[in-house]
Design a protein around this ligand. Sequence first.
Ligand code: C5P
Length: 224
Amino acid sequence: FQHKVLAGRRVLITAGPTFEPIDPVRGITNLSSGKMGYAVARAAREAGADVTLVSGPTALPTPHGVRRIDVLTAQQMHDVVMAGIEGQHVFIGVAAVADWRVANASDQKIKKAEGGGAPQLEFVQNADILATVAATTTLSGWPYCVGFAAESENLMAYGAAKREKKGIPLLVGNIGPQTFGQDENTIILFDETGPTLLPRADKLTLARQLVSEIAKRLERRSLL
Ligand code: C5P
């Protein structure tokens, strides 16, 4: 589709949902299918990158030539990412990481109580993987960090703010109402120059456009 614009680059990508256990057979997850993250992994590989995909539970095949590491929880995803981040040129957080995990998860299957009482779950916040990686960015700008945002409203205002809050150079906003599980998407790229709309297209087309936008920015950065 394009030249190997990411040849010689190492790219680490998170994708899919996470699964936060309640007990050994139950848990909390979300509706992320992993399609966008897998499309980005495929597009980065096509562009010549060495790609590692850290994936929550999905039903998708591994893109050709991509190294895939499966995880279940946000904590596992965080640990695998941090163990592999050194030497990466690009980090792209596409995963829908659970904001909270169950603090009082049970080692054994929770039994239904006589009399209808229900378990009381407590939650604790998970680490923000993207913000953690962004905070390790070196002076020379590695790894180049890209985030995704799925806001239900007011994406234009929140997108720019989220980019700043996470401390990342590029944030990709999904235009709602519902992109999870769909084959198509409309996205807006927020960088230091403002928003750029990528019109509605299938996720692989958008992923290829995103990869070439990232490559352009890496090239500019290398010239500085
Ligand atoms: O803060 P919010 O969840 O809206 O930000 C979404 C972006 O942050 C995505 O790129 C997602 O992969 C990343 N993220 C993360 N770790 C978290 C929460 C979100 O890497 N715990």
